[in-house]
Design a protein around this ligand. Structure first.
Ligand code: URA
Length: 434
């Protein structure tokens, strides 16, 4: 294979053969293709796109760059996972995965660390003292066998080609390309081995995909790719113009997820979406009619089974919820944000809230940086609430960056739009792709 000729053809918009793509990925992973050539390839794909066959070849090549896991019937219950493309305040996995496990599924969820504005599930879980997200494969399997679900950080053994290529895309302006995103997400999820995949494709100011058309196209491509690889799959396109729930950060999001699992939360959007995604996993994996699966999920939430799964999962990962409760009382500098005027909350811009949480230390600009577990934004209001000028609409916290509180407060105040009329209700789920 001559990489230069292959790049010429891709730049001209011609289709590459599956074998050529496989060899390119193999050589890149082994270090035989330099980053500058792979960056040129990624840019050519961004500009020219890929056919379905090319995307499938890229996905499979990246999947096969590392270990592919299996969850054999007989040893494990039917396996399923849900994957979100990433949103602000997105703590859904913390609720939906134990909930699906409580309904009888094996949920071997490999999750990521945050990079950029939105936090990663692995970081959120590690705000629980003692919780180890990076388990060896043997430990990861043991947790799934013992409690039905896990939130383990993706290891270097799973789809290493994606790890390398994603880091390169991140610094070469080549992230927003549907074929590259599909290959990146699917290679990891297929290597993880779950038989059913449910995608939550976020759409709006706090998401990768800003428009409904882009989000629906990504959802379609993910579902087709997963089905093409022999999985059961569906996707929900969901609203991400506003944060999910009230908490945006790390420890505060874990607390909100715990409150939802204990049926003690006001965050009805987090509960609704968690139940919907878990029900879709159960319905597809077990063949249960969707309405029955929804009812089963509601029962498992209300009777405490889902919460007990979560507690067990945390214990098996070495975490202590008792220490977590104490750590939440630890020193953080906090400040209230007051409403700029009286009226009804019209909208809360997810991007603005995420920028504030990031500034406060809840995210990381570079991989490997530490995150401030106590940093974040706690909204006090949601869309449609009536507020008086000067009343508190959010609380900010940071353990490490007290000097940015004023700037973060400005971002949150601007994100909360107040007007005189009650806003119309909006749908959380915009579209279902099957
Ligand atoms: N998430 C991924 O894992 N990969 C992408 O390319 C985009 C989002």
């Amino acid at each position: 294979m001559t990489v230069k000729l292959l790049l010429d053809r891709k730049r001209e918009g011609r289709e590459l053969a599956p074998d050529e793509i496989r060899e390119l990925v193999r050589e890149y992973t082994a270090g035989g293709v330099p980053d500058y050539q792979m960056a040129a390839f990624a840019m050519a794909v961004c500009c020219r796109g890929m056919t379905g066959a090319e995307t499938q070849a890229l996905t499979e090549a990246m999947r096969d760059s590392g270990t592919c896991l299996e969850w054999p019937a007989g040893e494990y219950p039917p396996s399923a996972d849900k994957h979100s493309t990433g949103g602000v305040g997105d703590k859904i996995s913390l609720v939906a995965q134990p909930l699906a496990a409580a309904c009888g599924l094996a949920v071997p969820s490999l999750t990521g660390r945050g990079l950029g504005l939105t936090g990663g599930t692995a970081d959120k879980m590690e705000s629980i003292p003692g919780y180890v997200a990076a388990l060896p494969l043997s430990g990861y399997r043991r947790v799934v066998r013992d409690c039905g679900c896990t939130l383990t950080v993706q290891t270097a053994e799973i789809a290493p080609a994606d790890k390398k290529l994603y880091a390169l895309r991140d610094v070469t302006g080549t992230v927003p390309s549907i074929p590259l995103i599909v290959a990146s997400i699917l290679s990891k999820k297929l290597a993880e081995g779950a038989g059913t995949l449910v995608f939550d494709v976020k759409c709006g100011s706090g998401a990768f995909m800003k428009t409904r058309e882009e989000a629906a196209a990504l959802a379609r491509a993910l579902v087709d790719g997963a089905k093409g690889a022999g999985r059961k799959a569906c996707a929900l396109v969901t609203m991400m113009d506003e944060p999910l729930g009230f908490a945006v950060g790390n420890a505060n999001e874990v607390q909100e997820a715990i409150d939802v699992l204990k049926c003690e939360s006001r965050a009805s959007d987090v509960e609704t979406l968690s139940v919907e995604l878990a029900a879709r996993m159960v319905s597809l994996a077990m063949g249960t009619p969707l309405e029955e699966a929804r009812a089963e999920c509601r029962r498992k939430l209300e009777c405490g089974d889902a919460y007990r799964r979560f507690v067990r999962m945390v214990e098996l990962h070495g975490g202590s919820l008792e220490a977590f409760a104490k750590s939440r009382l630890a020193d953080a500098t906090a400040a209230d944000v007051a409403a700029a005027e009286s009226g009804f909350v019209q909208s809360i811009d997810a991007r603005g809230v995420a920028e504030a949480a990031f500034l406060l230390g809840a995210g990381r600009a570079r991989s490997g940086e530490a995150v401030d577990f106590l940093a974040g934004v706690e909204l006090r209001v949601s869309r449609g609430d009536r507020v008086d000028a000067g009343s508190p609409v959010a609380r900010l916290a940071t353990a490490t960056r007290g000097e940015v509180l004023e700037e973060a407060a400005r971002l949150v105040r601007n994100a909360i739009v107040i007007g005189s009329d009650m806003p119309a209700p909006r749908d959380l789920v915009l579209e279902v792709v099957e």
